[in-house]
Write a protein that binds this ligand. Structure first.
Ligand SMILES: NC(=O)c1ccc[n+]([C@@H]2O[C@H](COP(=O)([O-])OP(=O)(O)OC[C@H]3O[C@@H](n4cnc5c(N)ncnc54)[C@H](OP(=O)(O)O)[C@@H]3O)[C@@H](O)[C@H]2O)c1
Length: 267
């Protein structure tokens, strides 16, 4: 047997690089999805941008081309709540070539207290954040399993792990994403497909800007964050590129908390 402890040729650029890989990013029209799409392209990947707003996706495509002019970029309109739309979208992306990476990022929140949460609120949040993520993973995973390779990264939230006053439907959906990640890792690991997740705390995006604009709310967030600041969206690129790339080749079923240490806070 080869003694790998004497290996001296491991190359960091190659391990973390995504040259020749194709990635789908859902919710790429703004916020985390846009930033991550640009980051994946900078790491060498071609990217398929998925969302409902084609004009905003086209703006992301321009930014991706600015970031790496040689990147192949495509835009695909899709509502992740609609499984027929997901199927059409993934088929269109796969028509252009096999997919190596899926970043399941599309998501939203309706911030209401439990007693005020309607059935429609629950359905909108769970259909987008959990059902949408699952059927996107299923559709992309089908091809990955057949090809025997791939990496899926599901975007959960710290709120899927600890209890926050930010909406029960969102908490349930994001907790579901963490558990879904583990089960898909278990089922698809034997086929060479890794499934992991990230769980962000507060990052400034169109989703959180209105909340963080309230000084009292921001103070509360900062008081709970050991690093004493909210995250910059670019700080999510490293974790996603790591999980997408061969650098994480033995990481499977894990959700990486990108939270400035918030989730270790015990009060
Ligand atoms: N920002 C944070 O601090 C934070 C913290 C924890 C977790 N997260 C999670 O990170 C992800 C991205 O958040 P963000 O802050 O970047 O939010 P954002 O700025 O509001 O962006 C959300 C993205 O999801 C897309 N989307 C929403 N519903 C969709 C649907 N039905 N079909 C397709 N795309 C849909 C939106 O596109 P269109 O509406 O144009 O279709 C948009 O591109 C979400 O899953 C969120 O829960 C964010």
């Amino acid at each position: 047997m080869t003694d790998r402890t004497t290996e001296t040729s491991w190359e960091v650029e190659r391990a973390f690089g995504l040259a020749g890989r194709r990635a789908i990013v859902t919710g790429a029209s703004r916020g985390i999805g846009r930033t991550v799409a640009i980051g994946l392209a900078r790491a060498g990947a071609d990217v398929a941008l998925v969302g409902r707003d084609e004009a905003a996706l086209a703006e992301t495509a321009d930014l991706v081309r600015q970031a790496r002019p040689s990147a192949a970029v495509s835009v695909h309109r899709c509502d992740v709540r609609d499984t027929a739309s997901v199927r059409r979208c993934v088929a269109a992306v796969e028509d252009e070539g096999p997919v190596d990476v899926l970043v399941n990022n599309a998501g939203l929140n309706i911030r209401k207290k439990a007693l005020e949460t309607s059935e429609a609120d629950w359905q909108t949040v769970v259909d987008t954040d959990l059902k949408g993520a699952f059927f996107m993973a299923q559709e992309v995973g089908r091809g990955m399993v057949a090809r025997g390779r791939g990496s899926i990264i599901n975007v959960s939230s710290v709120g899927g792990h600890v209890a926050l006053r930010t909406g029960v439907a969102y908490a349930a959906a994001k907790a579901g994403v963490i558990q879904m990640t583990k089960v898909l890792a278990l089922e698809w690991g034997p086929h060479g497909v890794r499934v992991n997740g990230i769980a962000p705390w507060y990052f400034r995006t169109p989703l959180t800007d209105p909340l963080l604009a309230d000084p009292a709310y921001l103070r509360d967030v900062l008081d709970r964050t050991p690093l004493g600041r909210v995250g910059e969206v670019t700080e999510l690129i490293g974790p996603v590129v790591f999980l997408a790339s061969d650098a994480s080749s033995y990481v499977n079923g894990h959700t990486l908390f990108v939270d400035g240490g918030m989730s270790v806070y015990g009060f």
